[in-house]
Design a binder for this molecule. Structure first.
Ligand SMILES: NC(=O)c1ccc[n+]([C@@H]2O[C@H](COP(=O)([O-])OP(=O)(O)OC[C@H]3O[C@@H](n4cnc5c(N)ncnc54)[C@H](OP(=O)(O)O)[C@@H]3O)[C@@H](O)[C@H]2O)c1
Length: 257
């Protein structure tokens, strides 16, 4: 039997699909997000369908001390987390100078600080057990400068760099870490980011196919996992030859709604 997975951002989109995939494999779950009703519904569905144990925790991960509360929750229930999916995140559109700084701060707290803190907390237990699997949901945005989504792109660049460094530090420990770098995916992300109706998302991947690529990529111990072949090619083969100023112009154009 496979171990328990903790999934942040499990109330919708890619995180919800990670939960279904892990449940299909017979693994128990701890589902974390703010919307309790969504979590309750998913919990009921997965218990009924797969006869697994599913705990839910409704919490705002962008709040100070949230990661410690999540860790305390699993400690109290004596659950060893062998799979950590740091997936919760959101973006926000507009010129940085005009954006509400409080929202960008919240984004940094969720996309970066909660991810770092949860990783640090659960790594301690994984080290004791000499096993663990961590999948950080980054983005193809993490490879690019992001005019009109400056803070979001920068948070994802952090996640990629952080994951690469930990991969090296964790060599030989039995703990595997990967970064999933999706291109556009049809989820609630688009609406939350204020980008409704953008062409980019209309052609996006499904949450299920992206989650499946991420899950399988982690199991195959890939460091950077792309969900679409075209993005893999663009980032690995073309990006190194595009001057920064041109790249910023292209991204700005794509981000313009
Ligand atoms: N969709 C894309 O095009 C795309 C592309 C590349 C990368 N990504 C990344 O993929 C990840 C998942 O996003 P998605 O596309 O599946 O979008 P989504 O459907 O909007 O899912 C985001 C998840 O994060 C949770 N969340 C948001 N704010 C939170 C907070 N303060 N505390 C706790 N949980 C919070 C949401 O739950 P609640 O609202 O219930 O809290 C939801 O479950 C994100 O990290 C995103 O940056 C998405």
């Amino acid at each position: 039997m496979i171990g328990t997975a903790l999934i942040t951002g499990a109330s919708s989109g890619i995180g919800k699909e990670f939960a279904k995939i892990h449940a299909q494999k017979g693994g128990n779950l701890v589902l974390v997000a703010r919307r309790e009703n969504n979590l309750l519904e998913l919990q009921e569905q997965l218990i009924k369908e797969f006869k697994i144990q599913v705990e839910i925790l409704s919490i705002d991960l962008s709040a100070e001390g949230a990661a410690k509360k999540v860790y305390a929750f699993t400690q109290e229930k004596n659950i060893f987390i062998s799979y950590l999916f740091n997936n919760a995140g959101f973006g926000g559109h507009g010129k940085f100078i005009d954006r509400d700084l409080a929202i960008d701060n919240q984004m940094i707290h969720l996309n970066v600080i909660a991810l770092v803190e949860l990783t640090h907390l659960y790594l301690q237990d994984m080290r004791k057990h000499k096993e663990g699997w961590i999948l950080n949901t980054a983005s193809t945005a993490g490879f690019l400068p992001g005019p009109l989504q400056a803070t979001y792109f920068a948070t994802k660049a952090f996640v990629i760099s952080f994951t690469k460094a930990l991969r090296q530090e964790l060599k030989g420990s039995g703990i595997h870490i990967s970064a999933l770098c999706p291109g556009p995916v049809k989820t609630e992300f688009e609406k939350v980011a204020g980008m409704d109706g953008s062409d980019m998302f209309a052609k996006g991947a499904s949450a299920n196919s992206t989650a499946l690529k991420g899950y399988n990529g982690l199991m195959n111990r890939k460091l950077i996992i792309f969900d679409q072949v075209s993005y893999n090619f663009l980032i690995k083969c073309l990006l190194p030859f595009v001057p920064n100023s041109l790249l910023s112009k292209i991204v700005e154009k794509i981000q313009t709604i």
